[in-house]
Design a binder for this molecule. Structure first.
Ligand code: SAM
Length: 214
């Protein structure tokens, strides 16, 4: 579809490269993953606009810039095992699948998890495993992780996620109610290094280490 191809190039140039996304591997992954496959049919024409879109159950696929910003902050390496909390459409998981060895992703709504799993399988992202559950507890059976990315807003970074991070590992999570700050944590032997970037807006992380209701 030529219009979508053009729109994708515009997204890469105007919303990602021009706004500080400089990691070439990250940009390449955004060029490869067909975002239109992760949004409902009637929204295909908006797939490369820099906006979040509804994906069912009141949840959203995040805007491309935010996904790219978080992916770049995560500093993904080819040999990494990464946990994503909040599968949603599966788009962020698909981007990660091209950048790291293995992706584990958790979604609280079974309906969204099943759709995402099917879609990721159909598109050939076979290094991604999806489960239904409360991702604020992490996935202890698969831990530790080199990277953890949370794609829903939490009141604080859930402690089990920090525990499940390897030394040298990176965690990226939006924190706060309403408007969030993006928090990046790098786990060192004796301390956690923290960076904070203001001005993000996500649906809430709902669960034991998140908000108690939506
Ligand atoms: N990463 C997604 C994508 O690429 O489409 C977008 C994620 S959407 C902004 C946030 C998702 O987090 C929603 O699908 C929501 O149901 C899910 N979620 C909220 N709380 C959760 C929890 N405790 N465990 C797992 N998923 C959760």
């Amino acid at each position: 579809m030529p219009d979508l191809a053009e729109a994708k190039e515009r997204m890469l140039k105007e919303h990602l490269a021009a706004r500080g996304i400089t990691n070439e591997r990250v940009l390449k992954a955004f060029r490869e993953v067909p975002r239109e496959e992760f949004v409902p049919d009637h929204l295909h024409n908006l797939a490369y606009e820099d906006m979040p879109l509804e994906v069912g159950r009141g949840q959203t696929i995040s805007q491309p810039y935010t996904v790219a910003f978080m992916t770049q902050l995560l500093d993904p390496h080819r040999e990494d095992v990464v946990l994503e909390v909040g599968t949603g459409s599966g788009y962020q998981a698909a981007i990660l699948a091209l950048l790291v060895e293995r992706v584990f992703t958790i979604e609280r709504f079974a309906e969204l998890a099943q759709k995402a799993e099917k879609r990721l399988g159909r598109l050939g992202y076979d290094n991604v495993e999806v489960i239904v559950g409360d991702g604020s507890r992490g996935w202890p059976e698969r831990a530790p992780f080199e990277g953890i990315i949370v794609t829903a807003g939490a009141p604080e970074v859930p402690p089990p996620l920090v525990e499940q991070l390897k030394v040298g590992g990176r965690l990226v999570a939006p924190v706060g109610k309403g408007v969030q700050e993006m928090v990046k944590i790098v786990k060192r032997e004796r301390e956690l290094e923290k960076e904070i970037y203001p001005g993000f807006r996500f649906v809430p992380l709902v669960g034991e280490g998140g908000f108690k209701d939506a």
